[in-house]
Design a protein around this ligand. Sequence first.
Ligand code: HEM
Length: 455
Amino acid sequence: KLPLPPGPKKLPLVGNLLDIPRERQWEAYHKWSEELNSDIIHLDAAGTSIVVLSSMEAIRDLFEQRSSLYSGRLRLPMVVELMGWDFAFPFITYGKRSHRRLFHETFNRSAAKQFHPQETAAVHEVLRRFLQNPHDIMGHFRHMAGALIMDIAYGIKVLPSDDPYIQMVEQAVHNLSNASIPGAFLVDIFPALKYVPSWFPGAGFKRKAKEWRKGVREVLEKPFQETKRNIVRQSCLNQFKSLIKGVAATMYSAGADTTVSALGTFVLAMLANPEAQRKAQDEIDSVIGPGNLPDFADEPSLPYVAARSFDGEMLHLLVRLNLKIRIINIHGNFIAFPHYITVDDEYRGYRIPAGSLVIGNTWAILHDKEVYADPHTFNPERFLLDGKLDPAVRDPETAAFGFGRRICPARHMASASIWIAVASMLAAFDIKNAVDEDGKEVKPSFEYSSTGVVS
Ligand code: HEM
């Protein structure tokens, strides 16, 4: 009998379906939350109950304190059951703990350091590629993210271009993004449709799923089989075969686009903020000396140097924190990754209905005016107090990688690879707009697309 959390007015049948924009939903959620003066709001998308949380307090109360209730995922019949992504735990409810555990053992804060050499090598390779061809920045980032994951997951060194593994996985992830656009396939709304035979009129989705499934099987099997051939201790591998296979193949689907999007956004942030770029470069030069490239051995010394120099803080913050704000602000809303609750719950006198999608609005958290004054401005100085890192200012990483039990299990490795990429790019290059034949600057054209899993 408790009321639902407040929300915009609902129409009969369709509820708020017509109010929810197709793009940048997080901004609409944030606006409603402000208008209704509530950090918890409720929406009804033609029968699908959606609860959006816009404060760290509500997120901690539900995703952390009540994590046993709030760690599910929405059932995705097209992706998981028909296309065969059932090995990828990001898409399934909180089962497969062995998969998560293996991920954690591999990528926890101290274990993640074992990948520093691969990350450094991948970044040096990308620097060479920029030098040879500065016109395909995103292509180089994509190659870097793919090469790094193939190396970490399988020990496979990919080809410099047209690598068959990267092509295969990119295609599968592309199909995955298309299939996870909400409402794209009726079978996600009526799961029983999955039993319709493929020849049945209107069952085109089954034929599509079958074709896409072949690609998913290849992603699961091909690199794994090559690795198996390369490994001497096969008996050990056999014992955990399906576990390792599933976890390795999950890495690409969860890790490639995220890293590429973050680095692409970094380049845009640098084009828009030449002053911040200059300061960061000056600091790198003064810490590691001109002509050298940073490596992880420099990392511990940077905060120390940073604590004594404003510009040092700038670099440290720019690279570690504030960039992430911009990056995550813009791209970090994983619309296909809401949490899901299967039982009724009560919070602050409101009813959270069973079967609700529960979304932690990262964007709202990272644009909270109370925490980050003037939140739309790129301003590394917001993290400083008396030239030092201000511990009172919230670290964006507390929200950028998700929440509770489903928090990104690769966050330390992801953060490290972005750090080394950003620091090395700043050390080696000036990031500037291209110039046309008449010597005029060409402003980059770009568009953030928010369909699929990652913007
Ligand atoms: C900039 C880089 C990255 C960002 C911003 C990021 C962010 C996220 C976010 C927001 C989630 C959802 C958390 C939630 O449901 O509350 C997530 C989940 C996940 N991420 Fe990342 N991630 C990044 C890189 C990576 C990489 C490189 C890998 C793998 C090598 C990875 C593996 C995963 C996995 C497996 C999950 C699913 C966890 C689960 O459902 O239990 N991520 N990530």
